[in-house]
Write a protein that binds this ligand. Structure first.
Ligand SMILES: NC(=O)c1ccc[n+]([C@@H]2O[C@H](COP(=O)([O-])OP(=O)(O)OC[C@H]3O[C@@H](n4cnc5c(N)ncnc54)[C@H](OP(=O)(O)O)[C@@H]3O)[C@@H](O)[C@H]2O)c1
Length: 229
């Protein structure tokens, strides 16, 4: 059994936590406002869940999900995450996050920024290119014909293997994009971004569709840099 720590308990954090609890894992939730604001979520998640400070969630997690606005990344507590696998869901939205010059220049990627903030952790990019509603619905047992895959990227092979096992436990296959620097292929507005999981990209109310590794291969290969769009 694994304990998942969550830095961020919003749309994506709470969705991943629900999947982890359904798989029989424990979760420790945190946000910016303090554990007392997470009472309803923890009560919905049940006895495998508790709320804590970000520091405590980082300490308690065998694996820790960082799922906050990108502009808050430097507030993630680094010391308790040393040596741990950190799953990064963050995307760059300048209107929300402010302009980040290295990302505008495409000299780095969002997950490499988090990795730079957490030099002693093993960051794996995942969950960034799927809408939380689709993530909630597409999980399947490992032998299901309609199981979907999620893209990962990371610089540490053992961390990616750990992430693959965790994704398998919560209902997903994995597609490995390569190093963290390759994570741009699923960033906002690329062909491999969220719409690939939408049954009708023009009408998301029609729900999700299965995404196989072959689809991610094709869409990630076709992804364009912002400067080339
Ligand atoms: N929404 C999606 O479908 C989706 C899909 C893939 C990736 N993403 C990306 O994943 C990240 C999270 O998205 P979301 O939709 O889940 O956001 P959200 O619903 O707005 O939730 C953000 C969470 O981060 C917490 N937070 C903010 N600043 C924090 C800090 N300094 N320390 C600790 N916690 C902090 C918030 O807590 P408070 O409420 O207490 O401030 C909240 O729990 C974003 O980078 C987003 O771009 C989103």
């Amino acid at each position: 059994m694994t304990t998942w720590g969550f830095i961020g308990s919003g749309n994506i954090g709470s969705t991943v936590a629900r999947l982890a609890v359904a798989a029989g894992h424990d979760v420790v939730m945190s946000n910016s406002r303090g554990p007392e604001t997470l009472t309803d979520l923890v009560s919905e998640l049940g006895p495998r869940a508790r709320a804590a400070s970000t520091e405590e969630a980082a300490t308690a997690g065998d694996v820790v999900v960082v799922t906050i606005p990108l502009n808050a990344r430097d507030q993630v507590p680094a010391a308790p995450l040393a040596g741990k696998v950190v799953l990064d869901t963050m995307n760059y939205y300048p209107e929300r996050d402010g302009e980040i010059s290295e990302l505008d220049a495409e000299t780095t990627t969002t997950s490499e920024l988090l990795q730079a903030h957490l030099p002693h952790s093993h960051v794996v990019k995942v969950f960034n290119n799927i809408h939380f509603g689709h993530l909630a619905e597409l999980g399947r047992p490992s032998d299901a014909a309609d199981r979907s895959a999620l893209a990962i990227a990371g610089d540490d092979e053992a961390a990616k293997a750990a992430a693959t096992a965790l994704l398998d436990a919560i209902g997903y296959d994995t597609y490995d994009l390569g190093a963290l620097a390759e994570g741009w292929r699923t960033q906002r507005d690329t062909s491999a971004y969220g719409q690939i999981y939408a049954a009708d990209p023009a009408d998301w109310s029609k729900g999700p569709q299965q995404v196989t590794p072959a689809t991610i291969t094709e869409k990630a290969a076709a992804a364009k840099r912002y400067r080339d769009m």
